[in-house]
Design a protein around this ligand. Structure first.
Ligand SMILES: CC(=O)SCCNC(=O)CCNC(=O)[C@H](O)C(C)(C)COP(=O)(O)OP(=O)(O)OC[C@H]1O[C@@H](n2cnc3c(N)ncnc32)[C@H](O)[C@@H]1OP(=O)(O)O
Ligand SMILES: O=C([O-])CC(=O)C(=O)O
Length: 373
């Protein structure tokens, strides 16, 4: 590499307009189609938020009931997809399973016309927990589970498939909040991936498959798993403090902290933190929540860095008995709504996304025949 200027990651540049979401407008705010995240997390069902994002307005009671019933009816997996899932080894990463599952579904239920986009988005929302849990239970225990349940909520349904029994009210409530918090976040890396793909007039499954690949990395959605791996190594807050200071000294990245847009705080963190605390009490946790809080304090004291949406999700999911490698896939089950809404928006006012680059390579030079190199 010759004279490569430091990468800006396109920070601070507008890459288009959107009516779906604002992030960090007043330093820490977050709204979905004008509704504040705190209000949504306190009052809404995730299915209501999905409807808002995908269809543009909050549903009436009847529309919500119809939508929930539609999602409930769309949870079954086609046999060829089950066969593909059964081939994937148990040590695969579940994000790779979702990537393959989404891609395979696109072969079986191909989007043919633009007018079908809503139907395909709703189907993806309904079926993703089935893809994940069918593979998980089959690859680990050899069970071919029934993926249709009576659960009304996506979150309750997810936990039911995972644990083989209906979720407690507390767990279903926390999942509901978590799915709302993760649903949408403007032009983040995975959503931008989906929009770039949509801008070539590609199909919805390709857009979502690409977005899953972008979300997987530890600098984005993968941070909730990385944060869990980190905090689970420490048994006391004092040990956590010592290790974090060592990591900062080595200039390691602390997963679950910092944000590309927010400057003061991530509004999702305080909400999920409170639920993590309630879950810690519920399970009688005697160290993990305290370790998390100490990491939070030290990061603020040493670096003025705050926890992002991923950090307290780690302990919250752990307290609900969710295996760490399913954390980021749950993010997918939620963010699908934001991704699809952005694909629709891109398609509604499209021009192929094709930025320029500042060339930093060598000047023009003479071709050297291979025998002279
Ligand atoms: C749902 C989500 O996707 S939220 C994000 C999840 N990702 C993570 O939690 C991974 C850890 N965090 C990070 O890597 C980063 O904070 C990102 C990727 C989220 C944002 O990256 P950037 O926009 O480049 O960060 P930003 O410009 O604010 O960084 C400022 C400084 O803080 C440092 N910094 C930022 N985050 C962290 C962190 N988590 N740990 C240690 N240092 C950090 C940067 O290295 C940089 O230092 P420098 O100026 O000496 O190079
Ligand atoms: O906005 C971002 O860059 C990352 C993020 O928090 C999200 O996608 O939820």
């Amino acid at each position: 590499m010759v004279n490569q200027p430091q990468s800006t990651g396109l920070r601070g540049q507008s890459a288009g307009s959107t009516e779906i979401c604002t992030v960090g407008k007043s330093g820490s705010g977050l709204t979905y189609r004008g509704y504040d995240i705190q209000t949504l997390a306190e009052n809404a069902r995730f299915e209501e938020v999905a409807y808002l994002l995908l269809k543009g307005a909050l549903p009436t009671q009847q529309q919500l009931e119809d939508y929930i019933a539609q999602l409930q009816r769309s949870r079954s997996l086609p046999s060829p997809l089950k066969k593909v899932l059964e081939q994937i080894p148990s040590d695969a990463h579940p994000m790779d399973v979702l990537r393959t599952g989404t891609s395979m579904l696109g072969n079986l239920e191909t989007e043919q016309r633009l007018e079908e986009q809503q139907r395909h988005a709703d189907r993806l929302l309904a079926v993703t927990p089935s893809i994940l849990n069918y593979w998980y239970r089959y690859s680990l225990y050899g069970e071919r589970i029934e993926t249709e349940t009576d659960d009304i909520s996506v979150g309750g349904h997810f936990l039911h498939l995972l644990h083989g029994k209906p979720a407690s009210d507390l767990h279903a409530r926390v999942m509901n909040v978590s799915l709302i918090l993760y649903a949408e976040h403007e032009f983040n890396a995975s959503t931008f991936t989906a929009r770039v793909c949509a801008s070539t007039l590609s199909d919805l499954h390709s857009c979502i498959t690409g977005a899953i690949g972008s979300l997987r990395g530890p600098l984005h959605g993968g941070a909730n798993e990385a944060a869990m791996e980190m905090i689970s190594r420490w048994s006391t807050p004092d040990e956590a403090e010592r290790r974090i200071l060592e990591m900062l000294e080595r200039k390691d990245k602390i997963m679950g902290f910092g944000h590309a847009i927010y400057r003061e705080s991530d509004p999702r963190s305080a909400i999920i933190k409170e639920w993590a605390r309630k879950l810690a009490d519920d399970v009688g946790d005697n160290h993990l929540y305290a370790v998390s809080e100490r990491v939070d304090e030290v990061m603020w004291r040493e670096k003025t860095l705050f926890p992002n949406a991923d950090f307290y999700h780690a302990s919250a999911y752990h307290f609900m008995g969710i295996p760490t490698k399913l954390f980021t896939p749950i993010f997918v089950c939620s963010r699908l709504t934001g991704w699809c809404a952005h694909v629709f928006e891109q398609r509604g006012n499209n021009r192929i996304i094709r930025p320029s680059a500042d060339y930093a390579g060598p000047e023009r030079r003479e071709w050297v025949p291979i025998e002279q190199r």
